[in-house]
Design a protein around this ligand. Structure first.
Ligand SMILES: [Zn+2]
Length: 398
C-alpha cells in the first residue's frame, strides 16, 4: 500500500471521529461569546467601570474579603445571574465568607451537575484591582452564564463564584466538602483562575489535572475541545495539578475536576497581587481562547452523558495492539502482540489528521516511537499490515 493511500485511509477515519465530536450547540455558544461583554465585566469587577447595585451606581474597588467591594461584587453578580434567568443560591460559610451560585436546572438529569467556577475575592486590602487574579475568571463565569442561558441542557449547570480563595480555598472547600457529605452528583468541575496573561504570546495555557474520579477523562475532553472547536491553545498538561487554587477543593473531596489557566510556570504574570494587575496587561486573544476552551468543555459535558471523549471503539480492529506507557512523556512503545510483524507501517497522527511520523518494520513486534518533539495533546497511532488496517489507537502526550 502506498504511503498516500495509508494517509488518506487514516485521515478519513480521523475526520469521522473529530466530526462526530463537534456539537452545533457548542459552536453556537462559542459564537455568542462577546469580547466587549467579557472585558466590560472585568472592568466592572476592577473599578474601571461603574456597576448598578440595587438601582444605584457604585464602584467595586478591592474585592478582598474585608473590603466593601467584596460584598458589592457578590451583589453585582447575583443580579446578573438573576437577570439571565438562573436560580440564585449562596453558601455563607463564615461571618465574612459567601459563595455565589447561579443554577441552570438540567431538563433530563436535574440532580447531575457540571460546575464552572472561579474565585471572586482578591488579595490587597486597599488598592489592588485583581484583574487577572481573578476578575478574569469571574468575568468568564458571568459571560458563560449570559451565553449559556440561551440554551437548554440535559444536565444541570452551576455557575459558581467562590469567596476567600486567597485565604486558602476556604469557599470552595466549604462547598465541595458539603457536596461530598450530601452525596451530590457533581460530574465535573472546571476552574478558571487567571486567564489574562500571556507575556510571551505563545498561546500556551495550563490544564491542571490529578487522577481523581474521572478528572483525566475531563482533561481529555478539554484537549479534544481545543482541537475540535479550533480554539488552538497549546495545552500544557500539569499532572499532578497545583493544589493552590479552587479545583483542588474538588479533588480533595473526591470529585472530577480540572483547572484551565495561564501558565503558572515559566510565564507568570509579573503584576500578580500588585496594584498594576489591570485589564490593560491582558493578552485579549489569549483570554478569549481560555474562556472559550472552558465553555466548549462545559458545553460538551452538559449536552452529553459521557464525560469521556467519544471514540468509536469498533475502529480498533485488533485488540492485541498495545501502547505503553499511555499517557506518555518521551516515548511510546507499540506492541503488536500476536500480529505477524511483516510489512507493518505505523503512523502517528494528530487530531487534525496531520501525519507526524511514519515508521515501517519487518522485523520486530515492539516498536519504539519517539514523542519528545510533540506538544501535549491527543494523538492516534495507526497500524497497517500489508494492505489491511490492523488497528487505530488513541494516546496522550503529557
Ligand atoms: Zn487566584
Amino acid at each position: 500500500m502506498e504511503n498516500k493511500k495509508i494517509i488518506l485511509l487514516f485521515f478519513s477515519i480521523l475526520m469521522t471521529l473529530v466530526g462526530k465530536a463537534q456539537n452545533p450547540i457548542v459552536l453556537n455558544i462559542l459564537n455568542d461569546v462577546n469580547m466587549d461583554s467579557l472585558t466590560f465585566f472585568v472592568k466592572q469587577l476592577t473599578g474601571e467601570e461603574q456597576v448598578i447595585i440595587n438601582g444605584l451606581p457604585d464602584t467595586i474597588f478591592s474585592r478582598h474579603k474585608d473590603q466593601p467591594g467584596n460584598e458589592k461584587a457578590f451583589q453585582f453578580v447575583k443580579q446578573k445571574f438573576a437577570g439571565y434567568g438562573l436560580q440564585v443560591d449562596s453558601l455563607q460559610f463564615s461571618a465574612t465568607g459567601k459563595n455565589l451560585l447561579g443554577i441552570k436546572i438540567g431538563t433530563t438529569y436535574p440532580n447531575k451537575k457540571f460546575i464552572l467556577g472561579a474565585h471572586y475575592d482578591n488579595i490587597g486590602s486597599t488598592v489592588a484591582p485583581g484583574a487577572d487574579d481573578n476578575a478574569s475568571g469571574s468575568a468568564a463565569v458571568i459571560e458563560a452564564s449570559r451565553v449559556f442561558s440561551g440554551y437548554t441542557f440535559p444536565f444541570t449547570i452551576i455557575f459558581a463564584l467562590w469567596d476567600e480563595e486567597e485565604q486558602g480555598l476556604i469557599g470552595s472547600n466549604a462547598y465541595a466538602s458539603l457536596a461530598a457529605s450530601n452525596n451530590d452528583t457533581i460530574l465535573g468541575y472546571i476552574n478558571m483562575d487567571m486567564l489574562g496573561w500571556d507575556g510571551n504570546n505563545d498561546s500556551i495555557a495550563d490544564l491542571h489535572v490529578r487522577p481523581v474520579a474521572s478528572s483525566l477523562q475531563l482533561a481529555d475532553k478539554a484537549m479534544a475541545a481545543d482541537t475540535v472547536y479550533n480554539i488552538n491553545l497549546g495545552l500544557h498538561v500539569v499532572n499532578p495539578g497545583t493544589g493552590a487554587t479552587d479545583h483542588a477543593a474538588f479533588w480533595n473531596s473526591g470529585f472530577t475536576a480540572i483547572g484551565i489557566n495561564e501558565e503558572y510556570d515559566g510565564d507568570f504574570n509579573p503584576f500578580w497581587h500588585s496594584p498594576a494587575d489591570s485589564l490593560g496587561q491582558f493578552n485579549l486573544p489569549f483570554y478569549e481562547k481560555c474562556a472559550k476552551l472552558a465553555y466548549a468543555t462545559l458545553g460538551d459535558c452538559a449536552l452529553d452523558s459521557m464525560t469521556t471523549v467519544s471514540i468509536d471503539e469498533s475502529l480498533i480492529t485488533n485488540g492485541n495492539i498495545k501502547l505503553y506507557p499511555n499517557p506518555t512523556t518521551n516515548g511510546i512503545t507499540v506492541d503488536l502482540g500476536t500480529i505477524f510483524f511483516k510489512n507493518i507501517t505505523i503512523s502517528v497522527f494528530n487530531m487534525k489528521g496531520e501525519l507526524l511520523q511514519m515508521v515501517s518494520t519487518d522485523s520486530s513486534s515492539k516498536i519504539e516511537i519517539n514523542t519528545e518533539g510533540l506538544p501535549s495533546g491527543i494523538y492516534y497511532m495507526g497500524v497497517v499490515q500489508d494492505q489491511t488496517m490492523m488497528g487505530m489507537k488513541r494516546w496522550i502526550k503529557l
